[in-house]
Design a protein around this ligand. Structure first.
Ligand code: FES
Ligand SMILES: [Fe+2]
Length: 371
């Protein structure tokens, strides 16, 4: 199977707090190098990281006292719209109209910064998914920071949609054999232009694995667990547990866990997780720590197990199929739908791209030599 990625999509470039005014940050998204910063006015802007003069990375530049961004090579200066407004080698002030950085659509929302990595004409067909818990003070949200994973991002999406891997991969921390036997309900729909697929696992009188007891107190619970591929860039996980018969009451504990998956290329992606718990919930394992903080310090062990699996899987993808084909289990039905949704999105974007190739519409001004 050929694992690619969707290009016409909103992907997370980072959390809002990571973008400080006039500080340049460099990002690799969908085989493109981007420079992103927050302007003095407070807006986050993103551009192709290549200086329009000789491709020098603009992220190596600096902001001058007058607020202009100066390329570190020959000193072309850009304003916050990416327009070149000064060229030291042109003391007469002559600047060609195509002297500008190529912009990328950006949306900052709910504590996240999203960048549209594909055809800008299709950006308005989709909206970045909402993540209200991240910016809501009733919730405590803690993020992992970016983790570069040497595997196609679809492997992570599939990992998140099929948690029968909790046994044996996470056996003894968040997993056990009984988890694999919980029936799976599949839910599908469309939000903000994206087709989503969600698994739901409901179980009663479940004996929680040790980490969940540490975080959520109870040995035996009724549990409602969902994993939703909201878009190719975001998976939302919700876990609700309570003593038997008490789901929906104030005894309920749990989390909303966001996983962002931003492709770097066919073989690597940036994974972040952001755990959100009710701000007043304390853990059992260390009653001096909130549940969110306790999860944040213990969850990396679980994530390392997933990383290990994803890297090994990607390595095996390098071998030619030679008659090999994957076996699909009942528990793979969400994963199969996710593959179909991503394949359909890639098909739609390539259809538009080929029409564009036949009828090119230039988004840049024509090349004009700056004498
Ligand atoms: S490459 Fe940027 S000024 Fe020449
Ligand atoms: Fe996992």
């Amino acid at each position: 199977m050929d694992y690619k990625y969707v290009k016409d999509c909103w992907y997370v470039a980072g959390l809002s707090h990571e973008f400080k005014p006039s500080v340049l940050t460099k990002h690799a998204i969908a085989e493109q190098s981007l420079v992103i910063w927050r302007t003095a006015e407070g807006n986050v802007v993103a551009f192709d990281n290549r200086c329009c003069h000789k491709r020098f990375p603009i992220s190596e530049g600096r902001f001058l006292d007058n607020g202009l961004l100066e390329c570190a090579y020959h000193g072309l200066c850009y304003d916050a719209t990416g327009t070149c407004v000064k060229i030291p080698a042109h003391p007469d002030g002559k600047i060609a109209p195509n002297a500008r950085l190529q912009p990328y659509p950006v949306v900052e929302q709910d504590g996240l910064v999203w960048v549209w990595s594909g055809n800008p004409e299709r950006a308005s067909l989709f909206k970045p998914p909402r993540t209200p818990e991240i910016a809501d003070s009733k919730w405590e949200a803690i993020d992992s920071g970016p983790m570069q994973i040497p595997a196609n991002y679809l492997l992570l999406i599939e990992n998140l949609l099929d948690i029968t891997h909790f046994y044996p991969l996470h056996d003894g921390n968040i997993g056990d054999y009984a988890n694999s036997e919980i029936p799976i309900e599949l839910e599908e729909g469309e939000t903000d232009g994206y087709r989503f697929v969600r698994t739901r696992r409901r179980t009663a009188n479940y004996t929680q694995p040790p980490y969940f007891v540490d975080w959520f107190h109870y040995e035996t619970v009724d549990r409602d667990h969902t994993h939703c591929m909201v878009s190719p860039g975001l998976t939302r996980v919700e876990l609700r547990v309570a003593p038997p018969g008490e789901l929906g009451t104030d005894k309920e504990h749990g989390y909303t866990l966001f996983h962002t998956h931003t492709p770097i290329d066919d073989r690597s992606h940036v994974w972040r997780w952001i755990v959100s718990c009710r701000a007043n919930h304390m853990s059992k394992g260390d009653p001096s720590k909130s549940t969110a903080k306790r999860i944040a310090e213990m969850f990396p062990e679980v994530v390392d197990q997933d990383r290990w699996a994803l890297e090994k899987q990607q390595h095996m993808m390098e071998f030619p199929d030679n008659g090999y084909s994957e076996l699909f289990l009942r528990s793979d039905k969400a994963l199969r739908r996710a593959r179909q949704i991503l394949a359909q999105m890639q098909h739609e974007e390539s259809k538009v791209a080929s029409v564009r190739r036949l009828n090119p519409v230039s988004t840049r001004a024509p090349e004009v030599a700056a004498e």
